[in-house]
Each structure stands twice: as C-alpha cells, then as structure tokens.
Ligand binder design. Structure first.
Ligand code: DX5
Ligand code: ZN
Length: 216
C-alpha cells in the first residue's frame, strides 16, 4: 500500500486551514509537516501551536518532520498538538534511542531521518525499534529542490537492511518527488511518498495524488 503525504510547506501559509481541507478532499493519506528551527536548517517554518490549531480541521494522519536542534524538546508538545507520526534527524541527536523511546511513550509512530549523504547503515541497530525511516532526497530546508539521484540506491539498501534486521519500518522519501521518479522509488522499496511542490503546483491536485500513488 503506497501512501501519499503532501507537504504543507508548499501550501499558501495565509490559508492553511483551507489548504488542509483541500488535501483531504484530494485524497491524501497523510499531511507532512516540516518543522524548521533556523539552526539545523537555514529556514524557519511553524511549530506545535500552529499544528494544534490545524488538528481539528482534518482527519488525515499528521506526520511531523523535525528539522531542529534538540528534537527531544518538541516531542511532548507535538503529542499535545495531535501528531500521529514524529521523525527527527540522525544528524541532530547523539541519544537517538532515548528520543525514539520518548516518541513511543506518547503513542506516536517513531521515525528517524537521514540527510542525503548519511549512509543507511548507521540505523542498523535501531531499525527494529523504528516505525518508519525518512530518507531525504534533497538537502533539507526548502521545498521545490531537485531530487538527488543517488538516493534511489539508498532506498534499495535500506529495504534490504530492514529485511535483514527483521524490522517492520516503512520507508518514507522526501524531496523532489514527483511523477518522474515515483515509480522507481516505489520499485526500490519506498512506501510513503512526500510531495510538496509536485502536489501544490499541480492544476489538479487529486489527479496528481492518484498518479503518484499508482506509479509503477
Ligand atoms: C524539505 C522538506 C520537504 C519539502 C518537500 O526540507 O523536508 O518535506 O517540503 O518539498 P518538495 O516535494 O517540493 O521537494
Ligand atoms: Zn519534510
């Protein structure tokens, strides 16, 4: 089952409630929420208070992607804001196991994110504890960037590692995803496709979500 997770980063920030409703009507499975702190990445977005305000307006799965230093500070607030999935970057946290346990303590799905240049093998030991892994296919910070081609091979290596470690983690892919690469990413083993500009820049968003989901 392939799930499509449009990223709210590409939405019109002055109309977030309507954009969220539009995503539900267009058939999205998940809404991807990019939380940036201006330190780990050179951009600043929104945080738990904005997510909390949006929560009553949607039944979609809320997927928080933390691009922040000290991710552990955000776990309880994200739970209170109503998030279902939370992921943080390997590159930001020396005590990753502790943060994974904290996310699970709040009954949310726990994920870890890797930058394009970080090899998947660093997750080998923690994989069985993860609900999902998010592989970045652009350098995090901005929507609308070009897909980095070598990440497709990483998806494949991660899928093999998941099998070898008897993990049941899903593979989410984020950055520059669109109809031009969705089929090869799904073939490599990705099950959740994040798409920001591909969905929001499309004239028919429902059709784009269907196209991405049925790519093979
Ligand atoms: C980038 C974010 C992505 C971004 C994807 O740092 O993590 O989620 O919104 O946008 P597109 O699909 O336009 O690359
Ligand atoms: Zn993201």
């Amino acid at each position: 089952m392939i799930k499509i997770a449009p990223s709210l980063l590409s939405a019109d920030f002055s109309r977030l409630q309507e954009e969220l409703k539009m995503l539900t009507q267009a058939g999205a499975d998940i809404v991807h929420l990019d939380i940036m702190d201006g330190h780990f990445v050179p951009n600043l977005t929104f945080g738990p208070p904005v997510i909390k305000a949006l929560r009553p307006h949607s039944d979609l799965v809320f997927d928080a992607h933390l691009m922040v230093e000290q991710p552990s500070d955000y776990i309880e607030p994200l739970h209170e804001a109503g998030c279902d999935m939370v992921s943080f970057h390997y590159e930001t946290e020396p005590h990753a196991d502790r943060v994974v346990q904290l996310i699970k303590k709040y009954d949310m799905q726990a994920g870890m994110v890797l930058n394009p240049s970080t090899p998947v093998e660093v997750l080998q030991d923690i994989l069985p504890a993860l609900d999902f892994v998010l592989l970045m296919s652009v350098n995090p910070g901005f929507g609308g960037q070009k897909f980095i081609p070598y990440v497709t091979a990483k998806v494949k290596r991660l899928a093999e590692l998941i099998e070898r470690t008897k993990s049941s983690a899903s593979i989410e892919i984020d950055g520059g995803v669109g109809p031009q690469n969705a089929a090869s990413l799904i073939a490599a083993g990705a099950n959740i496709l994040v798409a920001g500009s591909a969905v929001f820049n499309s004239a028919d968003r429902a059709e784009m979500i269907r196209t991405l989901r049925n790519s093979q």
